[in-house]
Each structure stands twice: as structure tokens, then as C-alpha cells.
Design a protein around this ligand. Sequence first.
Ligand code: NAI
Length: 246
Amino acid sequence: MRLKDKVAIVTGSAQGLGKAMILRLASEGAKVVVTDINYDSCLIVKKEIEQSGAEAIAIKCNVTNRDEVKSLLEQTTSKFGKIDIFVNNAGITQDAQITKMTDEQWDRVIDTDLKSMFICTQEVIKFMIPNNYGKIVNITSVAGQEGNFGQTNYSAAKSGVIGLTKTLSKELGKRGITVNAVAPGFILTEMTEAIPDKIKEQLIERIPLKRGGQPKEVADAVLFLVSNESSFITGHTLNVNGGMYV
Ligand code: NAI
């Protein structure tokens, strides 16, 4: 049990990678908070965790709304007493080539995928600094490292996540808080189900390991970065991409 007595929050954990992460952290003994805009699915994930014998609560929270984030953190500490681990995972795509991208598509993706991490981090460190302890992991993407056709908004947000992570590691290190990023490549989730089959085949062709990743493989990387095994690692971006980008 690598996370016994730790309290962990993963945003956007009602499905996909976030769900795999919260299940993995709970399986290592953490008390977990399942949180998403989709509350009904949070309740299903919470039940699954409880059936495995771990402790979980479900809280609805839109990560772009500071008041909802404050409420998420207050509810967590009033139930579990502290917050040790926070994973900024919630994210969306709104793809269009630059000639067709609307202001709304640009703003929604920057708000959800980047500004949310500013809001959540600024609020959660208020609970971590007094304990001189915290593990923050930000989910970026291969698109933030090498760009991706039709995703100026998404790749700009995800590149921003890497810069944010590096700066936060410098500001928060002396507070006992590590801040790292995980950069998944092509992982098989609800988000990537929408990609047309022909594009999926082209993506897999580019991956040296010749397959898409499983959500658990991303969750294992997150587990490493929130556990004691990574105690001297901060400001790092860990690729989980089958060699797609090196
Ligand atoms: P997903 O679409 O399956 O799940 C995302 C979750 O975030 C959903 O449950 C959704 O309701 C929630 N969410 C969306 N907006 C929210 C908001 N404003 N507040 C709270 N929750 C919100 O996506 P997936 O694939 O699980 O992606 C998770 C993260 O991993 C995202 O940050 C994504 O950009 C990133 N990623 C995913 C890759 C993949 O291949 N699936 C590759 C690289 C990065």
C-alpha cells in the first residue's frame, strides 16, 4: 500500500484516464475524491472504489469555476482532514483548423485545459503549504510537445501546462510540494474514440510500440509521481506514449 493514509483528488475522474487514475490511487490505499462536471458518473466510480474496500467521496465540480473548486477542497478537508495529492486531469478538445476556429472554441479549451490548472493549483496549495507536503501532477499531451493538426487551441493549452509545471516546481519546492506533468500519447479512452478509424491507424503506425496505450498505463505513471519513489523528482514531464514522441 504505497499511499496508505494519503488523501487524493483527481479532476475529471468520472471516466477515461481520470477514472483509471483514481482507481489506481485508491488501490494503493489513498482516500480518494472522485470529481467531475458529470456527477452521476462520479457516483458510479465511487461505488466501484467502495466495493474494492477503499474510501471515496464524490463531488461535482467544474474546474473552470473558482467557487466550485474552493467548495471541492473545503468538502474534502472537512471529510478527510487534509489534501496530499492533486491531479489536474480534466480536459476537453474542440478541434478545428486555424482558418475555421472560433473564439469560443479557443477560449473554452484554454479555460478548461490550462486556466483551470492555475485556479486549482492556487487554491489547493493553501491546504498543502501548512503541511509542508504536496504532490501535484498536471496532465499535458504529446500535442503540447510536438503540436497536432487541427489543435492550435489544445496544443497551446497543453504546452502551457508544461511551462506552468516547470515554474510551479521552482516556486513550490521549498514548501515541500513537487509538481510534475504526465504527457500521454495516443491512449484508448472516450476522448480518442471520436477519432476516425483511418486517422487511428495512421497514429498507431507512428508509434514504435505499434499500439494505443491503456488508461492504466497512464495511471501507473501518475502513481509513480505521487508516491515516495519519486521524492526527488519535480518539474519533470513524463512521456507515456509508446515512443511516439521522444
Ligand atoms: P475524457 O473526455 O474521456 O474525460 C475527461 C473528463 O473530464 C470527463 O469525465 C469530463 O466530464 C471531465 N471534464 C471536462 N470538462 C470539465 C470541467 N470543466 N470540470 C470538470 N471536469 C471536466 O478524456 P480523457 O481521454 O480521459 O483525457 C483526460 C486528460 O488526458 C485530458 O486532460 C486530456 O487532454 C489528456 N490526454 C488524453 C489523451 C488520450 O489519448 N485520451 C492523450 C493526451 C492527453
